[in-house]
Design a protein around this ligand. Structure first.
Ligand code: GLA
Length: 378
């Protein structure tokens, strides 16, 4: 009996251990910093890998209608890929301020700030060398009775990439045991007023990363309105109805159906911020987007506490080689970046992105994978 109990407890602890986030080396950055990769698995077929450089989602494997798993996000097999010119923010945490700030300038409390111009003439995705996607974060894996995850911490010193205040940022990725979901939670504090707008920049192709196109995916966005922009993708400040335009995704539509009809911006396809319809009071997260791929049956529902979502149809993908030598062709993936609206720090009428000392920035987004109704293997 005692022996049985011992064996049983060994078995239980072995299966608990199998569930713990597993850490492996992912190589070193050019300046010699070790990068760690964590694997999160659950009982229903999801495998997600996240690394300390840029608190980045590196892989997400989810089953299709026949139970066949495929990695559905773009990326590389090593740090060198992520450090290369080919990396267009694949899977990373984007900040301190994601998206664009007009002319890289803003004023806060009577002081003017100038940021790097890396998307001429604007500032994009937090800067050049020390934006949050390029620094190495500290990881702390954790397990609780609902599942497991990894918390990434990074302290960005005052003045880094031109932004005021020392910012302590936390991003966590949590995978529940029993559902194919990833909950991404963002937190930050500061010691001086500063703009903050964090998102994840994963590129999805539900047919599997490296599939030819995303134009055959069907998309629904919970947005009756969007923020039109000038020719440099800076919002004009207006909030306009999507009805009657190729931006109307209030009902499920094929991404490719009207992409060539987009004429109102310099974007080479979809690259627009949508204003999410108000969140029902009884819901923690608002429904933001549904992405569906007919052939595989895979679906992705995105829920969020953020007021907006940037829908980007991979227009700048240029055929770079990624994981397993796969090619990432023009429009072969889609980004659905939950966030505050672009250039909010200069747009007084938009929801504020300014974090004050003593306050906590806290937001979250849920990536919920599934199989479309009726899409069985038979
Ligand atoms: C965002 C922007 C795009 C592009 C990509 C990265 O989604 O809105 O214009 O810069 O990032 O290539």
């Amino acid at each position: 009996m005692i022996r049985m109990c011992f064996l049983l407890s060994l078995l239980v602890s072995a299966s608990a251990m199998a569930d713990e986030p597993m850490m492996t080396d992912f190589g070193k950055t050019k300046d010699g910093k070790a990068v760690e990769l964590y694997t999160l698995k659950n009982d229903t077929g999801l495998v997600a890998k996240v690394m300390t450089r840029g608190a980045t989602l590196v892989q997400i494997h989810v089953p299709d209608k026949d139970g066949k798993s495929e990695d559905v996000i773009l990326g590389w097999d090593d740090v060198a890929g992520y450090e290369s010119e080919d990396n267009q923010y694949f899977g990373c945490t984007t900040g301190r301020v994601c998206n664009r700030i007009a002319n890289g300038k803003f004023s806060l409390n009577g002081k003017d700030y100038s940021l790097a111009i890396n998307d001429d003439p604007n500032h994009l995705h937090g800067g050049v060398e020390r934006s949050l996607d390029k620094v190495v974060w500290k990881a702390r894996p954790y397990t609780n009775d609902r599942g497991h995850g990894v918390r990434f911490n990074y302290t960005s010193p005052d003045g880094e990439e031109g932004y005021p205040g020392t910012v302590k940022a936390l991003v966590s990725f949590f995978v529940p045991k029993d559902a194919n979901r990833i909950l991404i939670t963002y937190k930050a504090t500061t010691d001086a007023a500063t703009p903050i707008n964090l998102t994840n920049h994963a590129y999805f192709n539900l047919g599997g990363a490296g599939s030819e196109t995303v134009l055959d995916h069907v998309l629904q966005l919970n947005a009756d309105k969007y923020t039109p922009t000038d020719d440099t993708l800076i919002p004009t400040g207006k909030i306009v109805d999507v009805a009657g335009t190729p931006l109307d995704f209030t009902k499920q539509k094929r991404i490719g159906a009207r992409i060539e009809k987009l004429t109102d911006t310099a974007a080479l396809g979809y690259d627009h911020n949508f204003v999410l319809n108000p969140k029902p009071d009884d819901k923690e997260h608002n429904f933001a987007a549904l992405l569906r791929h007919k052939e595989s049956g895979r679906t992705l529902r995105i829920l969020t506490k953020e007021p907006g979502i940037q829908f980007y149809s991979g227009n700048f993908l240029k055929g770079q080689k990624g994981k397993d030598g796969k090619t990432y062709a023009h429009r072969s993936a889609v980004c659905l970046e939950t966030q505050h609206y672009p250039d909010s720090v200069n747009q007084k009428a938009f929801p504020s992105t300014v974090l004050q000392p003593g306050d906590e920035y806290k937001t979250s987004t849920l990536l919920q994978f599934g199989i479309a109704k009726g899409a069985t293997g038979n």
